[in-house]
Each structure stands twice: as structure tokens, then as C-alpha cells.
Design a protein around this ligand. Structure first.
Ligand SMILES: Cc1cc2nc3c(=O)[nH]c(=O)nc-3n(C[C@H](O)[C@H](O)[C@H](O)COP(=O)(O)OP(=O)(O)OC[C@H]3O[C@@H](n4cnc5c(N)ncnc54)[C@H](O)[C@@H]3O)c2cc1C
Length: 282
């Protein structure tokens, strides 16, 4: 039987993982189209200070490609990007990726039963199967703020951090208090002359207890795969159950409400009174 041609758009975690799984399932005619210069998706683009994952690295990785060498419980951007690049290489996906190719349109031909893609360079590509893995955060959204165009200082989106700008001693304004700001605001705060953070709606936050793994621990995990699997399983159980217990009807949430402790400091159940005391919303 003829192998179907499969085209994946995007070479982030999603696209690379899909290509690995398709290869494992026996498909051979796979192409990954990536508009940027390499694999990694948001982990290639987001280089702002202190960029890291918020999910423990042992879970924020492919289960079949565990990494005994994660240096931290919550690894940094360069470590995650290195992991994606390495895994793509090891699983033979790097060779399937065509970089610098941006898909502009996709049309399905009902009669021929195939997809017609057109790239921004005008190249036409036909494929039997089309899989989009374009993510949702790969195109920074910059609001149309009055006066932004005439602002003479440096201005950039955190996903396109301008490392040529020295923030030391400058008056800096940050728009937004999402996951990225939560990471880079504390990192730049000690250096800048003054920092103003504009917040529309407050996010829920919880302390992020990060630890650096010792070389001995990493060596043990490398040699004893079982200890690594055990660590991953334990992390999964603890984080899943712990977080689940804070959700509506969960035991910790109920206990907190019962004893008047307020709601726990995670999304969906945060202690609003504490937050109100610390953060002023307009
Ligand atoms: C700073 C940051 C931290 C994050 N931390 C976490 C975390 O801790 N835990 C968690 O679960 N999630 C986290 N996320 C969410 C993250 O987006 C996902 O976990 C995951 O990495 C998304 O992978 P993806 O492949 O779906 O998308 P992306 O990584 O966005 O990859 C999409 C790829 O498609 C390419 N592309 C887009 N359009 C086209 C086109 N038309 N033609 C060709 N190529 C195209 C892009 O260039 C990009 O490389 C974080 C996101 C960011 C930005």
C-alpha cells in the first residue's frame, strides 16, 4: 500500500512529538514545515530573563525520552530548547524538518482527496494528510495602544526580548502579569531604576519551589533508569493529586473553606482577600 504523504506545520513540542509518534507507527513520508530557523517553537523564541517552565521538567518532557540530566526541577529555556533539539535529532525528526518555510494557506481538494498548501514564498506543496501544530503563542500580540508609535524609547514584547537593551538604571513599564511577567519581573526588578507593572486582571500564583539537582543525583538517574522513572511517577502523583485537591470539591479546598482559611493560592481557588490586600486593581 502506498504510504500517505503527511505534512506537519510547526516544529515545537507538538510538531516534533507528532513526527516522532508517526515514525514509530511506521509512517515514512513525513515533512515538518517550520517558519523559523529551527525546532523548539516557543522555547526557541522566548529568551526573556528567567524564562523557564512552570511544570516540573520530569513531566514537561516526552515520557519515552526521559532526561536524567535536567539540572533543575523547573528547567530554563535554553535547557528545554536543548532537550527538544536533542530528542528531535535522536528520533530522526531533525532531517524531516524544512525550516524557513511559512505556510500561508491550506485548501482541501475534495475530488483529489489531498491538501494544497501555499507558502509565503509562493511554493505549492501537495499532501495527503495535513496536521497543524502551530501552537497558540508563537505570534506575539501587541495591543494597539495610543501613543505606542510615537514612544521613542525601546519597546518590545517579552516573546521577542531585545537583549541589546540594557535595562540597568532605566525606568521600565511592563504591561501584563501573566506567566511570562511572573518570571521576568522579579529578574529585572533589582537592576532597573523604577519598575511599573500594569495589570488588568490578577493571576493566581503559588510559590515555585525550584531546586538544582546535584551531579550525584543526575549520575544516579543516568545509571539507574528505575530511580528516574520512580521520581517521575512520584512527581506526577504528587502534583496531580495536590493540584486536583484544590479544585472545586477537592479535599484541601473543602478543608480550607471549612476552617475559614480562605481559598488556596492556586488558580481557581486563590485567597482573594490576601491578594486584594497586596495588589490594587484599578
Ligand atoms: C514562556 C512560555 C512558557 C511556557 N511554560 C509552559 C509550562 O511550563 N508548561 C506547559 O504545559 N506549557 C507551557 N507553555 C505553553 C507552550 O506553548 C506549550 O507547552 C508548548 O510548548 C506548545 O508547543 P506547540 O508545538 O503546540 O506550539 P509552539 O511551541 O508555539 O510551536 C509552534 C511552531 O509552529 C510554527 N508555525 C506557526 N505558524 C506557522 C506557519 N504558518 N508555517 C510554518 N510554521 C508555523 C512556529 O514558528 C512554532 O515553531 C509555555 C509557553 C511559553 C511561551
Amino acid at each position: 500500500m502506498r504510504q500517505p504523504s503527511i505534512t506537519i506545520i510547526g516544529a515545537g513540542f507538538g510538531g516534533v512529538g507528532t513526527a516522532i509518534e508517526l515514525k514509530r507507527a511506521g509512517y515514512t513520508d513525513i515533512t515538518v514545515l517550520e517558519k523559523a530557523g529551527g525546532v523548539g517553537g516557543v522555547w526557541r523564541e522566548n529568551t526573556y530573563p528567567n524564562a523557564a517552565c512552570d511544570v516540573p521538567s520530569s513531566l514537561y518532557s516526552w515520557s519515552y525520552a526521559p532526561n536524567p540530566d535536567w539540572p533543575h526541577r523547573y528547567s530554563h529555556q535554553d535547557e528545554i530548547l536543548g532537550y527538544i533539539e536533542r530528542t528531535a535529532r535522536e528520533y530522526g525528526v531533525s532531517d524531516l524538518v524544512r525550516t524557513g518555510v511559512e505556510v500561508a494557506s491550506a485548501t482541501y481538494d475534495e475530488q483529489g482527496g489531498s491538501w494544497h498548501l501555499l507558502t509565503t514564498d509562493g511554493e505549492a506543496i501537495d499532501t495527503d494528510v495535513l496536521i497543524t501544530a502551530v501552537g497558540q503563542l508563537s505570534r506575539p500580540s501587541i495591543p494597539d495602544l495610543p501613543g505606542l508609535g510615537s514612544f521613542t524609547g525601546p519597546a518590545f514584547h517579552s516573546a521577542e526580548w531585545d537583549h541589546s537593551v540594557d535595562l540597568r538604571g532605566k525606568r521600565v513599564a511592563v504591561l501584563g502579569t501573566g506567566a511570562s511577567a511572573i518570571q521576568f519581573v522579579p529578574a529585572i526588578a533589582p537592576d532597573v531604576a523604577h519598575l511599573t507593572v500594569f495589570q488588568r486582571s490578577a493571576p493566581w500564583i503559588a510559590p515555585k519551589i525550584n531546586i538544582e539537582y546535584s551531579p550525584v543525583r543526575r549520575k544516579l538517574r543516568r545509571r539507574q533508569r528505575l530511580t528516574q522513572a520512580f521520581g517521575r511517577g512520584l512527581t506526577w502523583q504528587v502534583t496531580d493529586r495536590f493540584q486536583g485537591s484544590f479544585t472545586e470539591g477537592g479535599p484541601l479546598r473543602l478543608a480550607g473553606e471549612l476552617f475559614g482559611l480562605g481559598k488556596p493560592p492556586v488558580r481557581g481557588g486563590a485567597d482573594r482577600s490576601k491578594q486584594r490586600g497586596q495588589v490594587q486593581n484599578p
